[in-house]
Design a protein around this ligand. Sequence first.
Ligand SMILES: [Zn+2]
Length: 473
Amino acid sequence: MTLRLYNTLTRQKEIFNSIETDKVSMYVCGPTVYNYIHIGNARPAIVFDTVRRYLEYRGYRVTYVLNFTDVDDKIIRAAKEEGMDLKQLSDRYIAAYQEDVTRLGVREATVYPRVTESMDEIITFIQTLIDKGFAYESEGDVYFRARKFEAYGKLSHQSLDDLQSGARVEVDERKEDPIDFALWKKAKPDEAYWESPFGHGRPGWHIECSAMAKEHLGETIDIHAGGQDLTFPHHENEIAQSEACNGHPFSHYWMHNGYINIDNEKMSKSIGNVVLARELIDQYSGVLLRFFMLSVHYRSPINFSHELIKQSEQGLKRIENTVKSLIERSDTGISGKVSVAKEIDDLTRKFEAAMDDDFNTANAIAVIFDAVKVINTYLAKQVVLSADLEAYADMLKRFFDVLGLEIEAEEELLDEEIDQLLVEREEARKNRDFNRADEIRDQLKAENIILEDTANGTRCVGVKQWKKYMFYR
Ligand SMILES: [Zn+2]
């Protein structure tokens, strides 16, 4: 079987070949950390985590780099407003990001480089571009000479003329050409700055990813990914910088996920319809939000509405119910009239074929529903052996692992041991034994169970591992 993925660079589905056999290097553009993430930011986190999980399922070792943009105009403004320094502000929102995406089942990246910690690499990168004639200094700024990079426009499929006449280039008298873009920006008075051979200032946005990808993954990488809105100018400029500097192709494959609309409208601050990821996770659950997003192919736009997510919830419930019955019933041996090995093979092949086709999670989920239908029939007719039911359960678990679907626990899912700890903690709180209460809270936290004390008692909001609380209770 062959994995194919859609490459924005060639606008085609291509057979995936990694640079090194069994290894994949992947760079995903991360958030600018000045606020909580909205569901538009949650989508690439979920999508590219799923890509990574499937590559690992296919036997690759994946090095996954996700950067944090922790210097930028919006961060500087937000820090001023909140009366914090840049680091305090970005630390706060990086922690919030990690909390949110963890609840969405996103696994930890291999490295999380930050702009403020990569300043030497960025400055060296800019210096090389100046030395090679691809960049020039102008009144304390440094600009990239876009026209000198002949392939400029190849990712967004635009010619220099298109760009010239488009409204997306900024005219500025400090630039030789309107299509040039900033690599280094001179500091304004009272603004945080870094020292450099080009004067006090800070890097432009695009250069950070070129420099950090090179530092952590080398000059040519396998997959570079991000939201569709990053194609131009961000990724176009990254390619120009990296290929001009290194003299090699920057990334073999470019992947972009589609937009999210809210009730058929574009999400924007001015309309006031921005939906924060954490609000939805609280209202529904991380696993449901992830399931909802993966029910649509990653390149298609998603329309978000509460109605649609509730429909999705019914689908997820159907799967959960089957899994629950599967666990309950797999202990009660039934007659073995039907052999399931071939069926499990077929379903697995179908699931893999869906994922091999440009990570088509929508079709992969359809295969899960097919499996659910078959399993329900067996459960009703009692015609398969318990070992076969277990084999089905194992198959589903493999599928869920690929999709990163874990079950968020509700109170009724707590097992006795946890119940007991909760009772003990209530008791300790009543007796004002707060040390013991905190101890229990930490113990449960280590199990990914987060406790929230409210006026009406204690609530569990943790994400629990499917395996532990659903499969093997
Ligand atoms: Zn980037």
